[in-house]
Design a protein around this ligand. Structure first.
Ligand SMILES: Cc1cc2nc3c(=O)[nH]c(=O)nc-3n(C[C@H](O)[C@H](O)[C@H](O)COP(=O)(O)O)c2cc1C
Length: 352
């Protein structure tokens, strides 16, 4: 029963360079279980990802992994800038591969959504010196006014993204996802709320996307376009209800850029997969009409909703976040038609 209802979701698929067992993607989820000082992951994190691979998840996207100490926006976030961090991740990728899984590293810089006490003692960096409203996750202090990045800061961060991508491959990952979504550094450049620059990195949307383009170019040079996924969104952690003024036009600008870079895997993010955002269409419907490559859907999906959207051709794969925190045996339950455990915030307090 379960198997037939979820048939579309459980079919193998080729995505970029990856041959996946099925179309279920583990959405990237920050868990805060790395060593807070060293940013190294331990055996508990190895076991957490290994279990999902053993269950049969098609593609695992890791939690956001910071590219430098200054990229850090909360406590216990892992990194990919030191030798020990690379070795820690190597144990994760080995365990996932042994269990037949595919795993990519999400590369992350939070920009202004942090505080110097978290971000290596340095002021947060951002396109413009405009503070976000809100408080640092788990740490509780208000977001600080960031330092406006100079051109040399921008080049340094682009190089750090590229180096982290190289480290991801050294750590045995199958590729990377660039976190260009949710109001973090790349999205701060993309948005006119946080980017008031007068140089080539500011101005029209097309101009504001320059930073994302150069980060992607740096990353693609290291790992190849067929091993690079990009996550983007209107949604921002500090402004969950933000929407572009003209969603269809904005989305087309993003897609033109991804096309120029020859990307084949994109991951448009929303918390509400079914929400209509423009011309009576959802985010993923607008993307699908304007994109010929693969699309990962996400946003409060159920297996039934996801299977329907895959059958309709709106998306090619479906990412699940909270359901995978609550169910380490998600695939097993789908195959056997068993009830999923509903997500509860208590699931955040341990890795299981
Ligand atoms: C605990 C938690 C941590 C998250 N951390 C990240 C992250 O590091 N990077 C990211 O792109 N999205 C992150 N997200 C968003 C998820 O990837 C996903 O888009 C969101 O949870 C919606 O999917 P869902 O409705 O299936 O949970 C996080 C979500 C949760 C619940």
């Amino acid at each position: 029963m379960g198997m037939i209802a979820n048939e579309a979701l459980l079919k193998p698929v080729k995505l970029g360079a990856w041959h996946l067992r099925n179309r279920v993607v583990m959405a990237p989820m920050t868990r805060c279980f790395a060593d807070d000082i060293t940013g190294v992951v331990g055996e508990d994190v190895v076991e957490y990802y290994r279990k999902r691979a053993e269950d049969g998840i098609g593609l695992i996207i890791t939690e956001g992994i910071i590219i430098s100490p200054r990229a850090k926006g909360t406590i216990g976030v892992p990194g990919l800038y030191s030798k020990d961090q690379i070795e820690g991740w190597r144990r994760v990728t080995d365990a996932v591969h042994k269990a037949g899984g595919t795993i990519i590293a999400q590369l992350w810089h939070v920009g202004r959504l942090t505080h110097h006490e978290i971000a290596g003692g340095l002021p947060p960096q951002a396109p413009s010196a405009i503070a976000a409203k809100g408080h640092v996750h788990r740490f509780g202090k208000p977001f600080e006014k960031p330092e406006e990045m100079s051109i040399s800061d921008i080049h340094e961060v682009i190089d750090q993204f590229a180096l982290a991508a190289r480290h991801a491959m050294l750590a045995g990952f199958d590729g990377v996802e660039v976190h260009g979504a949710h109001g973090y550094l790349i999205d701060q450049f993309n948005s006119d709320i946080s980017n008031h620059r007068k140089d080539g990195y500011g101005g029209s949307l097309r101009q504001r996307l320059t930073f994302m383009k150069e980060v992607l170019q740096g990353v693609v040079q290291e790992v190849g376009a067929e091993r690079t996924s990009i996550r983007f969104s209107a949604l921002k952690d500090d402004q969950p209800d933000y929407m572009w003024d003209n969603p269809v036009m904005s989305i087309k600008e993003f897609l033109n850029l991804f096309r120029e870079l020859d990307l084949s895997v994109i991951h448009p993010s929303t918390n509400h997969f079914n929400a209509k955002i423009d011309q009576g269409k959802t985010l993923h419907e607008i993307v699908q009409e304007n994109w010929e490559g693969s699309i990962i859907g996400v946003g409060n999906l159920t297996p039934a909703k996801a299977s329907h959207a895959i059958k309709k051709g709106t998306i090619n794969l479906a990412a699940f976040g909270r359901p995978l925190l609550a169910n380490s045996d998600f695939i097993n339950k789908l195959v056997h038609g068993k009830q999923l455990t509903p997500y509860d915030s208590k699931h955040l307090s341990s890795l299981f």
